[in-house]
Design a protein around this ligand. Sequence first.
Ligand code: NAP
Length: 263
Amino acid sequence: MRILVTGASPGIGGTTCRMLAERALGRGEVPCIAACEIRRTPEVEALAAELGDAGARVIVLAGDLADPSVPARLVADAVDQFGGLDAVVSNAGITAPSPINDLDVAQWDRLMAVNTRATLLLAQAAWPALRDSEGALVAIASMSGMGAHPGMGAYSPSKAALISLCQVLAQEWAGDHINVNTVSPGMIRTPLTWQVYENNRIARDRAALVPWGRVGEPEDIARVICFLLSPDAEYVTGQNILTDGGFVDSLYSHIPGRPTREV
Ligand code: NAP
């Protein structure tokens, strides 16, 4: 399997690279992974070395996805090195908390560029290779793209647009047998959010809000990505899989005075 993963940090992206590699190696395949990061960080170099030692073929590609020329260059490098591409995992994303009233155009543009436009440009560049392989694209959206997340600036709009973009792509690419889906994580403990979970009280309070009884780990999201890239998901396209331990749907459980048994 030849896969390009953006945001291949120790969070969801790096965990996904590790899980995809382990599963491919377990099947006796040599996974080819293009691990993309904004720069060549020690973490992504260590990931490449670790997976390389295990038998995978990993290339590290660097570039700022806010630059519109970068996504096509990453795809071209991966296709060139691997002789094609079977999957793209568009995972890189950023937050920039702010009330909408205080949001400036530069913040809006950067969030939309990284969280939304980069997937568009990756998709356009990868389409010929994915058509040849009848491959798949998975983008990592967010529960915040499925509702209003106040105080998070352009984050909700950027992820809502990402979900919509992938739904349109899924329709336009279905005839080419390319699966396009999004995964929307709930509250996940990753480098993006670790500062929140350093506070034990907040960590406990957050876990208490989730019906499953805990916040999510990168592995919870990586498993869904692996499923969407597997033959088991051949007939799944245009879907947004909320992966949140039941958190978003739990709102009605908190209505004061709701009936607790039939009268
Ligand atoms: P993370 O570890 O910070 O991963 C984000 C990755 O994107 C990092 O590798 C980061 O690189 C990279 N990145 C950021 N800006 C970039 C740019 N301009 N160009 C290229 N790469 C860039 O956080 P994560 O939690 O695993 O997030 C992965 C995805 O899940 C994101 O799309 C995020 O919005 C989404 N998500 C996360 C949560 C959560 O609770 N953690 C919830 C919902 C959705 P650097 O680290 O080097 O900056």
